[in-house]
Design a protein around this ligand. Structure first.
Ligand code: HEM
Length: 485
């Protein structure tokens, strides 16, 4: 037999028999000294790692970003340095609320998380297929997600929990309008746009900062599923989106997205009445037109799902010089949340795993920890400052320009600005009559099982966004709009 294909234990010893456990006699009990049996059972027990608390079900692929336009006036980030430059990337799509085995065709936002392996470290955009989000303060995220998960009593998904929370969170109305529109159930992952959603910053070589939003426009176009077809697929092909993405890439039909930015100067931001760092709102594309930056293509399926997709760890804190955060407080919450989730879900050295590791040299004074497998810094010093000229040193040229902050520390009411409805109303009015009817129908269907108290509270928001929007839903629920406070 060829030595190269001999089955071995994890420690490399040849296995003589993988069919029969060692027993005391032909009919006797098994022996504890059968380490192959013990190792096999024990390793199997540890095959599952915690699923992501949100976005547990997902699909991923490798690809490239090719720069098509010069934006060096806004950013010094090396990946945007020259037209034609290519950066390898890994992208994971996902649904949000369901478990790891849930159906791909649920009405839910879709995750759109990209890791760019740049020459200056990994840059992650951990976005969604929606330009906005449900809440404005990270303090509300665990509450919100609890309502999207199972009722602790019945262990069932609960429309009552969802609408109860939303009816106390008027800032969610814009994202609710997106979620219940025709775009709320995309036809797989190829036919939808991606958004960074938050406002981020770009910093140029002169240290000038601009505010930026990232968009990925599907070059396949937009395709959505009607609810009845989505429900049918959830039964007959719950992995519909995984199958679609994998098959397309496998047959060489590589999906592509146009990467675009919207840019706002610091002066424009300070002069705006509306908070440009509020993730429940979009920026007007008339005032801040889309600027094309590059083309993102997915062209390689993972060789192993667990190694590359399940262990992938995306974090908004993964930034590179020339790209930074913004005062969006949701983004600050996320800077903490993701790396913390990865330490729990995968381990403290998760960044050394091949799918997460930078593809540029990296060196620091972090040492040890579970599953350290990159040589651990060898014999180099593990402290700094030190007397060794060849040991890694800070590099002041990468400092971000200072940001002006002011104000007294307090817990300010994040709902104080009062405008929760204008963007939702504007989106409703942008829709065709058919899209409006579908939106109303979807919401009516979702709100029917909910208590009247919650229906009335929520209806008031729809009416404030647009009278036709609110009265349409009221009619569907059999409620006289005059009853709504
Ligand atoms: C995944 C927290 C808001 C997009 C996650 C995970 C956590 C989390 C803990 C699991 C990470 C992991 O185990 O790898 C939060 C918190 C938020 C927030 C605390 C608000 C304060 C958002 C927003 C977006 C978003 C606004 C999109 C604009 C995603 C995506 C994933 C994810 C795409 C899946 C990443 C992947 O594919 O591995 N989030 N999230 N999240 N989140 Fe959020």
């Amino acid at each position: 037999m060829n030595e190269k294909v001999t089955l071995t234990t994890a420690s490399g010893a040849p296995v003589s028999d993988n069919q029969n456990s060692r027993s005391a006699g032909v009919r006797g009990p098994l022996l504890l000294d059968d380490f192959h049996l013990v190792e096999k059972l024990a390793h199997f027990n540890r095959e599952v790692i915690p699923e992501r608390r949100v976005h547990a079900k997902g699909s991923g692929a490798h690809g490239t970003l090719t720069i098509t336009a010069d934006i060096t006036q806004y950013t010094s980030a090396r990946l945007f340095e020259a037209v034609g430059r290519q950066t390898p990337l890994f992208l994971r799509f996902s649904t949000v609320g369901g478990e790891r085995g849930s159906a791909d065709t649920e009405r839910d936002p879709r995750g759109f998380a990209v890791k760019f392996y740049t020459e200056e470290g990994n840059w992650d955009i951990v976005g969604n297929n929606t330009p906005v989000f449900f809440i404005r303060d990270p303090l509300k995220f665990p509450d919100f997600i609890h309502t999207q998960k199972r009722d602790p009593w019945t262990n069932l998904k609960s429309p009552q929990m969802m609408w109860d929370f939303w009816s106390h969170s008027p800032e969610a109305l814009h994202q609710i309008t997106v979620l219940f529109s025709d775009r709320g159930i995309p036809d797989g992952y190829r036919f939808m746009h991606g958004f960074g959603s938050h406002t981020f910053s770009l910093i140029n070589a002169e240290g000038i900062r601009s505010w930026v939003k990232f968009h990925f426009k599907s070059l396949q176009g937009i395709k959505n599923l009607v609810p009845a077809e989505a429900a049918r697929l959830a039964g007959v092909d719950p992995d519909y989106a995984q199958r679609d993405l994998f098959s397309a890439i496998d047959r060489g039909d590589y999906p592509r997205w146009r990467m675009c930015i919207q840019v706002m100067s610091e002066a424009q931001a300070s002069a705006r009445a509306e908070n440009p760092f509020d993730v429940t709102k979009t920026w007007s594309q008339k005032e801040f037109p889309l600027i094309e930056v590059g083309v993102l293509e997915l062209n390689r399926n993972p060789k192993n799902y667990f190694a590359e997709v399940e262990q992938a760890a995306f974090a908004p804190s993964n930034l590179v010089p020339g790209i930074g955060l913004s005062p969006d407080r949701m983004l600050q919450g996320r800077v903490f949340a993701y790396a913390d989730a990865h330490r729990y879900r995968i381990g403290t050295n998760h960044q050394q795993l091949p799918v997460n590791a930078p593809r540029c040299p990296y060196q620091n004074y972090q040492r040890d920890g579970a599953m350290r497998f990159d040589g651990n810094g060898g014999s180099a010093p593990n402290y700094e400052p030190n007397s060794y000229s060849d040991s890694p040193k800070q590099a002041a040229q990468y400092a971000e320009p200072a940001s002006a902050l002011s104000g007294s520390a307090a817990r300010y009411d994040h709902r104080a600005d009062g405008d929760y409805f204008s963007h939702a109303g504007a989106l409703f009015r942008l829709m065709s009559i058919e899209q409006q009817a579908l939106l109303i129908d979807n919401i009516v269907g979702a709100m029917k099982p909910v208590t009247r108290e919650v229906q009335l509270r929520q209806l008031a928001y729809f009416i404030k966004a647009d009278l036709a929007y609110g009265t349409g839903i009221a009619a569907g629920l059999g409620i006289d709009p005059c009853e709504v406070a």
